[in-house]
Ligand binder design. Structure first.
Ligand code: SAH
Length: 218
C-alpha cells in the first residue's frame, strides 16, 4: 500500500473533489468541517488495490471478509447528523476499512472504534497509524457492549445494521449525545435512526433508508 504525505497532492485529488461536489454537496450535506474532511481523507488508500480506481465512485466497495466500505455520501451524511466538533469524543462500531473513523477524526477530538473481525481491526489500525491519525484508537471486539472505559460519548456511530438498538450504547451516550444507527433485518433495506439524549431522556428520529452489512455478535 502506498501512503502519501497528507500535505502532498495525490493523483486522486480531482476524483475526490468531484465526489464531494456531485455526491455530497449536491445532496445537501453542508457542514463545512465534514466537507473539508471528505476532501482530505484519501479514500483510495482504504480500499483494496484492485478497487483503487473506483474508490471515489458513488457506491460501497468490498474490503474483504464479506464486508464493505460505505458509500461516500452515507459516510458524510452520518457524520453531519452526528453534529461533530473538536470538543467531542466519538465511538464508532464497525471499523471496517477505517475510513469512517478517519473522517470522524478530522472533525472531532477523539475517536474510539471497535471491529469484530480481528484481521480488519489489525489492518485498519495499521493503516490509520501510517496515515498519521493519532486521535483514533481501534480495538478488536464485539461493539454491542460499547467501550465503557472511555464513555460517555458525545457521538456514537454504528456502521452495521442491527435488529435492535444495543442498550449499552444508549447507556454510554453523554447528555446531549447523538447516536446514529441503521436498524432493520439483515439483507433488507434498513432505516437510519438518530437517538438524542436530552435531560436523560431518549428522543428518536427516523432519517432515511440505507443498506448496511449485518451487525454480528461474538
Ligand atoms: N465504517 C466502515 C464500514 C465497515 S462495514 C468503513 O468505513 O469502512 C461494517 C463493519 O462492522 C464490518 O467490518 C463488520 O465486521 C463490523 N461489525 C459487525 N458487527 C460488529 C460488532 N458487533 N462489533 C464491531 N464491529 C462489527
Amino acid at each position: 500500500m502506498e501512503i502519501f504525505n497528507q500535505n502532498q497532492r495525490d493523483t486522486f485529488e480531482e476524483a475526490r473533489e468531484r465526489m464531494v461536489r456531485v455526491q455530497i454537496i449536491d445532496r445537501e450535506v453542508k457542514d463545512t468541517g465534514v466537507l473539508k474532511a471528505m476532501r482530505k481523507v484519501p479514500r483510495h488508500l482504504f480500499v483494496p488495490k484492485e478497487y483503487e480506481n473506483e474508490a471515489y465512485d458513488d457506491n460501497p466497495l468490498p474490503i474483504g471478509y464479506g464486508q464493505t466500505i460505505s458509500q461516500p455520501y452515507i459516510v458524510a451524511y452520518m457524520t453531519e447528523v452526528a453534529k461533530p466538533d473538536k470538543s467531542k469524543t466519538a465511538l464508532e462500531i464497525g471499523t471496517g476499512s477505517g475510513y469512517q473513523a478517519a473522517v470522524l477524526a478530522e472533525v472531532v477530538g477523539r475517536v474510539y472504534s471497535i471491529e469484530i473481525i480481528p484481521e480488519l481491526a489489525k489492518e485498519s489500525a495499521e493503516r490509520l497509524r501510517k496515515l498519521g491519525y493519532k486521535n483514533i484508537t481501534v480495538r478488536y471486539g464485539d461493539g454491542y457492549k460499547g467501550w465503557k472505559e472511555y464513555s460517555p460519548f458525545d457521538i456514537v456511530i454504528v456502521t452495521a445494521a442491527a435488529e435492535q438498538i444495543p442498550e449499552p450504547l444508549v447507556d454510554q451516550l453523554a447528555e446531549n449525545g447523538r447516536l446514529v444507527i441503521p436498524i432493520g433485518a439483515p439483507s433488507e433495506i434498513q432505516e437510519l435512526i438518530l437517538l438524542e439524549k436530552k435531560k436523560g431522556k431518549i428522543e428518536k428520529s427516523r432519517l432515511t433508508f440505507v443498506r448496511f452489512v449485518p451487525f454480528k455478535r461474538l
